[in-house]
Design a binder for this molecule. Sequence first.
Ligand SMILES: NC(=O)C1=CN([C@@H]2O[C@H](COP(=O)(O)OP(=O)(O)OC[C@H]3O[C@@H](n4cnc5c(N)ncnc54)[C@H](O)[C@@H]3O)[C@@H](O)[C@H]2O)[C@@H](O)CC1
Ligand SMILES: [K+]
Length: 499
Amino acid sequence: MRHAHEVGKVREAEQALMAALPEGELMRRAARGLAAVCAPIPPRAYGSRVVLLVGSGDNGGDTLFAGAWLARRGAGVEAILAGSKTHEQGLRALRAAGGRVTADEAVIDAADLVIDGLVGIGGHGGLREPYARLAERTAASAAVVVACDVPSGVDASTGEVEGVAITADVTVTFGTYKPGLFVDPGARYAGVVELIDIGLGPRLPEPDVVAPHSEDIRPPRPSPESDKYRRGVLGLIAGSEQFTGAAVLAAGGAVRGGAGMVRFASVRPAVDLVRQRWPETVTTVLEAGDVADVGSLVGRVQAWVVGPGIGTDERAEALVAAALGSDLPVLVDADGLTVLARRRDLLRRTAPTVLTPHAGELARLIGADREAIEARRLEHVREAAAELSAIVLLKGSTTLVAQTGRPVHVNPTGTPWLATAGTGDVLSGLTGAFLASGMPPLDAATAGAYLHGLAARFAVAPHDRPGEGQAPISAYDVITALPRAFRTLSGDTTWAGPG
Ligand SMILES: NC(=O)C1=CN([C@@H]2O[C@H](COP(=O)(O)OP(=O)(O)OC[C@H]3O[C@@H](n4cnc5c(N)ncnc54)[C@H](O)[C@@H]3O)[C@@H](O)[C@H]2O)[C@@H](O)CC1
Ligand SMILES: [K+]
């Protein structure tokens, strides 16, 4: 996992470390790391035109020291001192190395490399002038942009962006990742993120946010003793007279997600379609009076998925209530979430509940504003997990998974092409398969989001050849690409199953 810490924790750890080190050593480490990332950027240090955007804090100090290092290696370095004051030792070092100070902002236009040292973890709110103007001018230049610690204008702890921010090609961050580099909108401004070890590790507490690597994703794999029941039986309640497609897609996600068996229950037209496409499923036709007894009609399962395409009427409500009335893990998605928005009492249960809303569905569930959720995804997903006593997977650009008392998991895979009808149904079936296997729900949701996003990337660009473009995908293409996504996970890191 890549660990990210909020600003307060970074500062505490830095203070403790600083007290144990010679003065200026931490900044030297940070600046050296920043310069080392910048040096190989074409046309490489010697003879390149480097512009430093220097703010009034230590972020500017790091940038001046890194600029001095590049100047000593032959770069032409010019610093725009934009703050009300300037880090003195840093400025001295730059001048001693042959760097210059300039008031001419036009140097940005012709630069090969711009290093953004306006604000780092000390930033608050939208960029003030002249920083905002400099950020805009930088965006218009053809220079490679490297942000020092965080792109100025991005809130390091939350990823919020108020107004203008630096759009970086690379962000060189120190000691630990910052949540704002992982979570949109901030993540979109960060580019490639490079972490520089400045010795902070041992002094850092539990992370606030984590982003899994491939080896952290451990969906269950069958052992020689496995049979279909031990691998996990998923009960899936999806589809209605009007919406049959959602059922087929959710069933596909579950089948390709490795469920030992999928028991599917719905109205006749949805059952017919699911049987045609996924004859592997065991199906139950629900007649009008059957909904309350769906549990006993379907038979033994280890987890439920309820919601895709079920509609939002009384019948749908009874289906959601029946699933949540069980003492099994339940994933509620799509129409099921709309039902829950008016029946939050159904969430009072002891077994785990996983909710998979997009921002609009979450807005209805917690009575918030959709735009506010998009702007402050981290805050809202945490709030929702606490308020709804559930594991909440907030879909969208940078999918987040929150469980109270645990770091928020941020999904590193995915593609904007996923924003198409039906892909969410695939995700709920896939995650349901993991829940049925007995995987802890936070891990199940994290693995679901990861593999779903990876499969989508494979579907969008199947050959991943340089210069080859991307194509729109259907939800069905994501199902088809799931086996390939699974095969990228190394076999020997498999989650061993429940005890
Ligand atoms: N604390 C440490 O031990 C270390 C800090 N380092 C660097 O120090 C940085 C933090 O330095 P500081 O605490 O001095 O803070 P910053 O340099 O991030 O920013 C503080 C300054 O920016 C101004 N500012 C804040 N928000 C603004 C906005 N929206 N528009 C315009 N101006 C704004 C403040 O008034 C203040 O003058 C880190 O990001 C990192 O780059 C590194 O050198 C590593 C060691
Ligand atoms: K910065």
